[in-house]
Design a protein around this ligand. Structure first.
Ligand code: FES
Length: 146
């Protein structure tokens, strides 16, 4: 299957992800509940939802979701490296926690995914909704903490 066919076939269903070992896995599409906003107390990157295809990042005053698909070859799932960066196992591109590229060959920032909090304080990430790069400072690119 060619890349373009793969992307078309994966729209609206679970996406295939390939781990460092080459094993295929699936990632969620659509809304994923990630827990109560008040439970995100530690600053830094949270990879508990890597199986769903995204990282959560908690900054000083906001929580946001970054796609775990490398922007160089989008079928590759990324990995957390320490607390300060995200790496691609295939060609070693690196990304900062704001999604920006810190080491090529990737050239484009990681995609930011829509994130919302409901009136009960529960946070949901919509893996099907990417936020345009120019709109990362407005909802639903992040949820405000405290
Ligand atoms: S696929 Fe990620 S750096 Fe090439």
């Amino acid at each position: 299957m060619k890349r373009r066919e793969f992307l078309a076939a994966s729209a609206g269903c679970a996406c295939l992800l390939f781990t460092k070992s080459g094993r295929a896995e699936t990632a969620a599409t659509g809304p994923v509940k990630v827990g109560a906003l008040k439970s995100f107390t530690k600053e830094g990157i949270d990879d508990r939802f890597l199986k769903d295809g995204f990282f959560l990042v908690r900054g000083k005053d906001r929580l946001y979701a970054l796609s775990a698909f490398c922007t160089h070859k989008t079928e590759v799932r990324l990995a957390k490296s320490g607390e300060e960066k995200i790496i691609c196992p295939r060609h070693k591109a690196q990304f900062a926690l704001d999604g920006s590229v810190t080491r090529p060959p990737a050239k484009r920032k990681l995609d930011r995914l829509a994130i919302t909090v409901d009136d009960k304080g529960e946070v949901t990430v919509n893996t099907s909704k990417k936020i345009d790069a120019g709109k990362h400072d407005e909802a639903p690119a992040f949820v405000k903490l405290g």
